[in-house]
Design a protein around this ligand. Structure first.
Ligand SMILES: [Zn+2]
Length: 167
């Protein structure tokens, strides 16, 4: 899947989770931001990805050690990053937001023919029974659908709050 699709899905899930969890606008924005960034993190091993370009020395190092779509696309990596964030005293809702973003990435990459090494170091590639080409029409349609859904959820919530405020 393209970075755009991952990002759009991350924002959609972050918005949904943020609305359940956050009690103020800055926490909400923080949660959505965390989920959006986390949705790109697994591709740090890919030098052409948005995340990979941004922090290319780390990208280069991870790719050198593990290759593309291995460690960073696994449950092991999810656990490692969660422990690191916990040790860094990051608040639990933000660790959950980070996990949501990363899981959203894996779920979407499992829709591609290459699949992901979910149980790395076991090399077996895991994918859904249905899969689509990265950058193809389904990929682009998904990105658009996720963006429209986010706007719909966001505006519906705003509408509710304004109506409550007017009462
Ligand atoms: Zn990926």
């Amino acid at each position: 899947m393209t970075g755009k699709t991952h990002f759009a899905f991350g924002i959609l899930l972050g918005t949904t989770y943020g609305m359940q969890t956050a009690h103020d606008l800055s926490t909400f924005a923080g949660i959505v931001g965390t989920t959006a960034v986390a949705s790109l993190v697994p591709d740090i091993c890919h030098h052409k990805s948005k995340a990979g370009k941004l922090i290319w020395p780390i990208s280069w190092f991870v790719r050198l050690l593990f290759g593309h779509r291995t460690l960073t696309h696994s449950i092991l990596f999810l656990c490692l990053t969660s422990v690191l964030l916990y040790l860094a005293h990051v608040n639990i809702p933000f660790i959950i937001a980070f996990n949501i973003g990363m899981i959203s990435h894996l779920v979407l990459d499992m829709l591609t023919p290459q699949g992901v090494t979910l149980f790395y170091p076991i090399e077996k590639k895991i994918r859904w029974p249905l899969h689509f080409k990265t950058g193809g029409i389904i990929d682009i349609s998904l990105a658009t659908t996720f963006s429209i859904l986010t706007m719909y959820i966001f505006y519906q919530e705003m509408f509710h709050r304004i109506m409550n405020w007017l009462k």
